[in-house]
Every structure is written in structure tokens, then in C-alpha cells.
Design a protein around this ligand. Structure first.
Ligand code: PNS
Length: 163
């Protein structure tokens, strides 16, 4: 069984993430989308909410499941018999950020990092930008599934009422 992990914060999941997960699901027998649940990091959505949205978003892919993890990604890989980490690369900056992590992860465990070139359509899409643009009233409908857009709009409205 060739099993891969697609790790990330997914706060929230966007269509660029889903494109990478879909392509990973064609390359491997099983893909685990692993959501970093570090409680010390401030997120718009908590870990359960992020995983719930992901579970719904990956429903169309038959061989993808969602899990949470804390601590080292390589420990998660070892515990789940995962030998490949799949990451999307949007541009050179992503590569500079990802390469040392790939090398460190390979030092820590018997795990390969597989880089997948992001579809140009999603080359500028990130969760941070989606949140920033949506928070300022911009249209991000092209970048997230409709049910994520609904949750995002509601959460941002809630936050703006609180501040
Ligand atoms: O979506 P993000 O924020 O880019 O995801 C980052 C994530 C969760 C993939 C990365 O921070 C990570 O792997 N965290 C686990 C902690 C770890 O293993 N750190 C050492 C990396 S070499």
C-alpha cells in the first residue's frame, strides 16, 4: 500500500489545496490529509472545524481521509505507515520554504517529499490571502468550495461584530 500525506493548516481549505489532494490521490493508493492542530497558533477556524470542512471537501475522492496531528510530521508518518509527503509548489518562494523542511523530514524518518507544481489558476491562492480579501469584502468565490465560503463569510462577520 503506497500511502501519502498532504499536511497543512487548512485555515480554511481552498481550491488550490484540493487540486493537490486530488492529484496526490491519483498517484498513491491512499492519501491522508493531515491537519496541524498546534493549539498555540491562532486560527480563524479551530481544528475540528478545519477537519470537518476538509472531510466534506474530499468526499469526492474515494481514497482520501482526514486526520489531525500535533508534534512532528515525521512522527505522524511513522505512526501511520506513510512514506511520502506531498506538497504543492506555487512559486520559487515556496520551494525555498519547503526544501529545508523536506531535507529535515528525510533526516528524521524514512520519508520522501514529493513536490507537485500548482495549477497556474491557483498559483496566487493561499488561505491567508483568501481570508484577507474576504475580510475586506472582496469576492473569493472562485477560490473555495461554496460551503467553505458560507462558513468563512459567517465567521468573518462574527469576528467583525466582536471587534
Ligand atoms: O499550511 P502550512 O501552515 O504551510 O502547514 C505547515 C505544516 C503543518 C505542514 C508544517 O508546519 C509542519 O509540518 N508542522 C509539523 C511540525 C514539524 O514537523 N516541524 C518540523 C518540519 S521540518
Amino acid at each position: 500500500m503506497r500511502r501519502a500525506v498532504c499536511p497543512g493548516s487548512f485555515d480554511p481549505v481552498h481550491n488550490g489545496h484540493l487540486d493537490i489532494v486530488r492529484r496526490a490521490s491519483g498517484l498513491f493508493d491512499e492519501v491522508v490529509v493531515a491537519v496541524g492542530t498546534n493549539p498555540s497558533k491562532s486560527r480563524l477556524f479551530d481544528a475540528d472545524e478545519r477537519m470537518e470542512m476538509l472531510r466534506r471537501a474530499v468526499e469526492p475522492f474515494g481514497n482520501v481521509r482526514v486526520a489531525g496531528f500535533t508534534g512532528l510530521l515525521t512522527d505522524f508518518c511513522r505512526d501511520n505507515d506513510v512514506h511520502a509527503i506531498v506538497k504543492g509548489l506555487r512559486a520559487a518562494g515556496d520551494f525555498e520554504y519547503e526544501l529545508p523542511m523536506a531535507q529535515m523530514n528525510s533526516h528524521l524518518a524514512d520519508v520522501e517529499t514529493v513536490f507537485v507544481a500548482t495549477e497556474p489558476t491557483y498559483g496566487f491562492v493561499s488561505s491567508s490571502l483568501v481570508k484577507e480579501v474576504a475580510g475586506l469584502g472582496g469576492d473569493v468565490a472562485a477560490f473555495v468550495p461554496p460551503f467553505v465560503l458560507e462558513r468563512l463569510t459567517a465567521r468573518l462577520a462574527e469576528r467583525s461584530r466582536q471587534s
